[in-house]
Design a protein around this ligand. Structure first.
Ligand code: HEM
Ligand code: HEM
Length: 185
């Protein structure tokens, strides 16, 4: 039940998925809101500090998730051949864009050569800094890739609901409950 099989997601993949999904949505909302704050707002420094800290934790969790994903079988998709192909390409795109958002966020934060303090618990060093216009180019990439990520994730969630309510597949249930008794196929 911890590991995936060819028919179901294990508990580890399920926890990674939902933690990541809620964190992405939360970071998007926080990022959007905090960049509109004025200098004298009490959240002006605190908001970005929380955003960067949670972002780095998500970056580490995503690295672990991708590793776990590569070491596991994955359940086969449901639906027509076209739907399966679209789902597969969509999931790869979600991972790639997620990594782009995380990487560009890191590059904005380390552009000035200072490391990132994660809730004051530990520091992540600035490995890449001083590239020409690093903060503004990474900032543009961060914004557009974050926007692309939430739009793609919304389409992805709609597809999951279509499988659940229209096609009556157990794709959504198996991403929620690792003990669920799957329908015979
Ligand atoms: C999936 C994860 C993330 C999402 C969805 C996200 C989303 C956003 C959004 C929507 C903004 C506002 C951009 C704008 O209005 O220009 C933003 C800003 C920012 N993010 Fe993220 N972010 C994520 C991860 C990270 C990470 C990992 C870091 C750094 C460690 C980071 C650092 C920043 C910084 C420094 C800003 C402010 C940029 C500025 O002032 O122009 N973000 N983020
Ligand atoms: C309400 C929101 C969401 C719902 C209902 C949902 C539902 C699902 C379901 C049912 C699957 C399993 C598909 C299958 O078994 O073939 C899945 C996989 C996946 N989801 Fe979501 N999801 C949501 C949000 C997100 C978000 C925000 C992200 C962005 C990071 C995301 C990224 C992924 C990825 C990358 C996979 C593929 C997993 C893999 O193949 O390793 N999901 N999702």
């Amino acid at each position: 039940m911890w590991r995936n099989t060819h028919r179901r997601w294990g508990a580890v993949s399920i926890v990674f998925h939902w933690l990541s999904a809620f964190t992405v949505i939360g970071l998007f909302a926080l990022g959007w809101w905090m960049t509109g704050l004025g200098y004298y707002d009490s959240w002006y420094n605190f908001g970005p500090w929380i955003h960067r800290s949670i972002g780095i934790l998500l970056l580490m969790a995503t690295a672990a998730r991708v590793l776990w994903r590569l070491l596991q079988p994955t359940p086969v998709g449901e639906g027509s051949r076209l739907e399966k192909l679209a789902a597969h390409l969509g999931h790869i795109a979600l991972y790639m864009i997620l990594l782009l958002v995380l990487g560009s966020g890191y590059l904005i934060s380390t552009a000035n050569g200072r490391g990132i303090s994660v809730f004051g618990w530990f520091d992540v060093p600035a490995l890449v800094h001083g590239l020409p216009n690093q903060a503004s180019i990474a900032g543009d990439i961060h914004w557009y890739s974050a926007l692309a990520l939430v739009i793609l994730a919304a389409g992805h969630a709609l597809a999951a609901f279509k499988h659940h309510w229209v096609d009556k597949h157990d794709t959504l249930i198996r991403m929620i409950n690792p003990w669920y008794r799957l329908k015979q196929r």
